[in-house]
Design a protein around this ligand. Sequence first.
Ligand code: BT5
Length: 328
Amino acid sequence: MRGDILSLLRVPGDGYVSGEDIAEKLGITRTAVWKHIQELRQAGYKIESRSRHGYRLCETPDLLLPEEIREHLHTKVIGQHIVYSDETRSTNEDAKKLAAAGAADGTVVITEFQGDGHGRLSRGWFSPKYKGVLCSIILYPDYVLPQEAPKFTLLAAVAVVRAMRASGVEAGIKWPNDILFEGKKLTGILTEMEAAMEHIHYIVPGIGVNVNTTLEELPEEVREKATSMRIAAGHPIDRVTFTADMLNALEELLLSVKKDGFAPVMEEWKAYSVTLGQDVRVIGMNRQGDFTGRAVDIDESGALLVDTEDGRKRVLAGDVSIRPHEQK
Ligand code: BT5
């Protein structure tokens, strides 16, 4: 209902819409309209009211409110249900609980601040309030096998890069889950799932993006390796449009996987990759130990292929650092 009222308030002309008009169009009483307007004001919207003119929307808050995001969505599944909070511990944790309780496919959990945002291996993800995008998407992809789950990280990365490029930020992807701009991290992705041997119950890609973040707002230990869209573009970025672009791209990519498999998504991933063709150091997570070599490709399962002195190695999980040429 709040979204419907906002749509009606976004009118050309002097901007005034009478309470009576709104009530009539939405089939509610004028008192109910007034109550919704009060709620919108509490959420941060500046709405003027003038006798005999009605209501006028003067200012929209810089918040990731579901009704704002939905205004820019062209999706049928992703983001049809959005769970928004001012603050939570971790959107991935919330999404996993909601998925276990049967939340709708494509539900998006989004927040302004996480008290316990995390990356892989319980590393932290830090984001100052109202500056980033912190979201997790609930998916039930019954058309893929559990072993294909890592490809959802690659798919989410492609969606993020498409949305960033639409905002003018020429980002690239470092295998497996970092989005970089000029070697600095803009985004981290953590994909988690619940699965049996042959069936994915749910999969939750969690995405943390530095949008309007300044470096001073980040903990000292990450400042050196981090950047934000605002820093890269040289101006503030509209978080709502960016979020909607990302969710629109995600749905397009998921539809393409359903239709043609992962191959086209992987090709696009390769086009955005800053890892392939580079000399890298791999810090393994599979008791493979650390090693160096040249990253040459990803295989059909999303694993990174690295040519080393001992032959080609297949890396399924781990951290990769790109080696500066002078250190070879
Ligand atoms: C990641 O892990 O990069 C995945 C981060 C996923 C965060 C999202 S936010 C929404 C959802 N809810 C969650 O709780 N998580 C997801 P990893 O590759 O392990 O990298 C973690 C490392 O990134 C940390 O150890 C820091 O060094 C660095 N880091 C933390 N915050 C950062 C930031 N804002 N910008 C750049 N680097 C950061």
